[in-house]
Design a protein around this ligand. Structure first.
Ligand code: GDP
Length: 138
């Protein structure tokens, strides 16, 4: 069980001005922010990030959305970080997310659901390395 995971405040939540609230919730839940930056992904950058979903019917819409506006990418540290962050995010579909989760409070739809989180330690390492160099991890 690793202590690091990778998260994104997606373009819908950044656009709606929820970044500060989401970071506050991350702090309150006991995560340390090891790295964070705002960036605007290109379509190709988003396609590379979501390559595992290439064959899915929502791939084009997902990568178009993720490259539509700036997002905030971050590295979070906590014991059992992958599960802890997914628990705080809530279910993929905000309509099915539990009370007190970020997607319940800030997600608008299945496609535009406010936050991303790695689904395994292995993918966390891959996703962190996709966006951050060793130098950027404090
Ligand atoms: P996550 O790990 O909870 O983010 O969910 P997945 O890995 O299954 O999907 C990745 C992302 O693709 C989700 O966060 C959604 O933004 C999007 N997505 C997943 N399923 C659908 C779908 O059926 N329709 C649309 N439009 N987007 C979807």
């Amino acid at each position: 069980m690793g202590n690091l995971t990778f998260g994104i405040v997606k373009p819908d939540a950044v656009r709606a001005g929820h970044t500060g609230n989401i970071i506050q919730r991350i702090n309150e839940a006991g995560f340390k922010l090891r790295a964070m930056k705002t960036l605007h992904m290109s379509q190709r950058g988003a396609e590379g990030f979501y390559a595992v979903h290439r064959e899915r019917p929502f791939f084009a819409g997902l990568t178009e959305f993720m490259s539509s506006a700036p997002c905030v990418v971050m590295v979070l540290e906590k014991e059992g970080a992958v599960k802890a962050w997914r628990d705080l995010m809530g279910a993929t579909d905000p309509a099915k997310a539990d009370e007190g989760t970020l997607r319940k409070d800030f997600g608008g739809s299945l496609g535009e659901n406010a936050v991303h989180g790695s689904d395994s330690d292995e993918n966390a390492a891959i996703e962190i390395a996709y966006f951050f160099s060793q130098l950027e991890l404090v």
